[in-house]
Unconditional design. Structure first.
Length: 279
């Protein structure tokens, strides 16, 4: 039986949806309220870090950008740990990790599928240091842009600078986290993988650490309003698989363009098989 089927079979008292229509509506409304509250907490936390903590870090680290970035990432790591704890405590999500210890030692190149908005929160909360590839919108967001800049996160709007920055990050002994889809997955399937992860792996010679993520029932998906909440607690499972060794693939011995195409196809197939079988 797949992990998806096992999760549905196990259920639990929170997974039983009331057959009384008005009671189900009340529970859903209460869940939507807590979800909105979590978004408010996230925004307030980001504002506190930008207004109070970030200026102090700039003052003590302004001569060393690498030190500033590591300190900002350290703050974000612990802030995300706290936020994840809050979401779990108020019953919005349950989280199961498999192989989490593989994320604790760097440098590593982490690639993950992206079914829900909170994937990056859970992954960064599990990684003591992580350079991230972020959407251009995050670089321009009024609550996030200075955090993104301070942490040294890499924008995904220009492919070649992204590849160069990601490769350099790994060469400097830092870990890198990216989502090959480039955005959240379409509902119930993977989006097409871009070649950035493969090109960075080939240029840096770094093995890839895949993280397979499932969320049941689905929540905070691409295009889904935050208030469109599931009827029960969402169960997020993050499975950190054994590293994909470059030396085991012909792609590592081909020209970059051909190798990146082949490795990207392998990565997408790997994730599709993992999600299908639930392993």
């Amino acid at each position: 039986m797949s992990r998806v089927a096992e999760d549905l079979a196990r259920g639990g008292h929170d997974q039983r949806v009331s057959t009384v229509p008005w009671l189900a509506s009340v529970r859903r409304g209460w869940r939507a309220f807590r979800t909105g509250l979590a978004f408010v907490v996230f925004g307030v936390g980001a504002l506190v870090i930008e207004v109070l903590i970030l200026p102090l870090l700039w003052l003590v680290s302004w001569r060393r950008s690498d030190l500033l970035q590591r300190r900002v990432q350290f703050v974000i790591h612990h802030a995300y740990r706290l936020f994840a704890w809050i979401m779990i405590t108020i019953g919005l999500i349950r989280v199961t990790w498999v192989g989490r210890e593989r994320l604790r030692k760097g440098p590593i190149l982490v690639v993950a599928n992206h079914p829900t908005l909170i994937d990056v929160v859970l992954l960064v909360a599990a990684m003591p240091q992580a350079d991230c590839i972020v959407k251009t919108a995050a670089e321009r967001h009024p609550l996030l842009r200075w955090l993104v800049k301070g942490a040294g996160y890499i924008g995904n709007d220009r492919p070649e600078p992204l590849i160069e920055a990601g490769t350099e990050s790994l060469r400097q002994g830092r870990s890198l986290l990216l989502f090959p889809e480039g955005t959240r997955s379409p509902e119930a399937r993977l989006g097409p993988f871009r070649r950035g992860a493969a090109r960075i792996a080939l240029r840096s010679g770094m093995d890839l650490v895949p993280v397979v993520i499932t969320c049941l029932p689905p929540t905070l998906m691409k295009g889904q309003p935050w208030y469109d909440v599931p009827a029960c607690t969402a169960h997020v499972t993050l499975t950190v698989e054994a590293p994909i060794r470059l030396e085991d693939h012909q792609a590592a011995h081909k020209p970059e363009a051909a190798g990146a195409r082949e490795l990207t196809e392998y990565l997408q197939g790997f994730f599709e098989r993992s999600l299908h079988t639930g392993r």
